[in-house]
Design a protein around this ligand. Sequence first.
Ligand SMILES: Cc1cc2nc3c(=O)[nH]c(=O)nc-3n(C[C@H](O)[C@H](O)[C@H](O)COP(=O)(O)OP(=O)(O)OC[C@H]3O[C@@H](n4cnc5c(N)ncnc54)[C@H](O)[C@@H]3O)c2cc1C
Length: 458
Amino acid sequence: MDENLPVAVIGAGPIGLAAAAHLLERGLVPMIFEAGPSAGAAIEQWRHIRLFSPWRFNLDAAAVRLLEPTGWESPRLTALPYGGELVDNYLAPLAATPEIAARLQTGSKVVAVTRKGMDKTHVRDRDATPFTVRVEHTSGEVRDYTVSAVIDASGTWSTRNPLGTSGLPAIGEDRAAVRISSPLPDVSGRDRGSFAGRRVLVVGAGHSAANTLINLADLAKEEPETGILWAVRGASAEKVYGGGDADGLPARGQLGARLRRLVESGRIELHTSFGISSFTDSEHGLTVTSGDGRALVTDVVVPCTGFRPDLDMLRELRLNLDPAVEAPTELGPLIDPEFHSCGTVPPHGAKVLAHPEKDFYIVGMKSYGRAPTFLLATGYEQVRSVAAALAGDQVAADTVHLELPETGVCSSDAGTSCDVPAASSATEEIEEAGGCCGTPEPVLIGIPTGLAHGRSGG
Ligand SMILES: Cc1cc2nc3c(=O)[nH]c(=O)nc-3n(C[C@H](O)[C@H](O)[C@H](O)COP(=O)(O)OP(=O)(O)OC[C@H]3O[C@@H](n4cnc5c(N)ncnc54)[C@H](O)[C@@H]3O)c2cc1C
């Protein structure tokens, strides 16, 4: 690759910024494009959620080396930050360092990546040809940038899974968009006005759904007109309740038990085996119909159905993706949620993340495709390795090392996936007590998903 050209980094989330820090250490020049108004724009959307991993696993080493000379003070490494704290105390100062600030363009959405002057079918000199990155700026201007390599760290937050069954949007879902909230609204805080006193349907059976439901129940205490409906595809919500009062992780169990009580008391109206087939909007509200003809009427829908990667912008690149998970082919089987929980994913780097398109990498949350189990610590090791590979240091690129506690940073127990931990109001003031994952309480996780060792695990 042409080392005189910059390396494009798509996304200024934690992994994109860490990639930039590692590139700088390697003497390469990053050019960072961020679609949102500031770094950490996706996390900004869930700033009211507490992370389930303590600070020490949420900081990248190269990023810290950039921050330290600025007088930045490291947070207490054992504390569990909120999303907002991750932005305010880490990502924003990192984006403001002179090295990053000079190379970061916010309000700049990458819409396509290709090889300069050639489409996907052309092979001659392909590996040596620079990339073109097409960017839409908020000013309305669209520009093509020429770069030597591309690191796609754009996450999956902007592409939630559709609400319909079979992986497709339900009929009428697009037209109902105004009644569908973001995936993790702050129902009792910032977004309260959209939920107070209204009928709310929560769809999904993961941590996100569970925490939103509990927060809605808190809201309903103050705003009794608030109606809470909950639709799950499965025949029961047992796996969301977990072990209840007998749960091995007491705080997690309490949360599950609380949700069960809310359902049993009728405060939350649960609808099982409810696969959504259509949405019809009218002056009376949004009618949500299941495949077997049942209908629910609501004012707002909260979609807690997970995320998938946006692959459209990569259409002109030669990718090698796992057919099920949409992660790089070699990574897919390591993270397939059918078989793995987050603690069981081995560290990996450039080699596993490589595509037939030389010098192009998908990293971070997006590298996990549809699997929900990504951890920041894993991503930091990914980008350390990728930067080494781009700089030609194959030995460093191939030496992947990641010291996660045996049980993973997401849980001291299997039985959880890592995508969405407890919301603020659903947890007590929590801090990691002694040693990594030494305490199970960082409940972060709150609710078991049944992913003991993946969906099909025992
Ligand atoms: C609620 C929640 C809690 C989590 N808690 C933890 C935790 O405790 N510990 C842990 O290790 N992991 C946790 N994760 C998982 C994961 O670490 C986070 O999702 C993390 O934000 C992923 O970082 P990222 O940089 O890959 O992606 P993101 O943080 O999503 O950043 C991607 C960035 O790219 C930008 N972008 C998107 N598309 C484009 C485009 N086309 N052009 C330019 N920019 C674009 C976005 O605006 C965003 O700023 C959590 C995830 C969620 C959703």
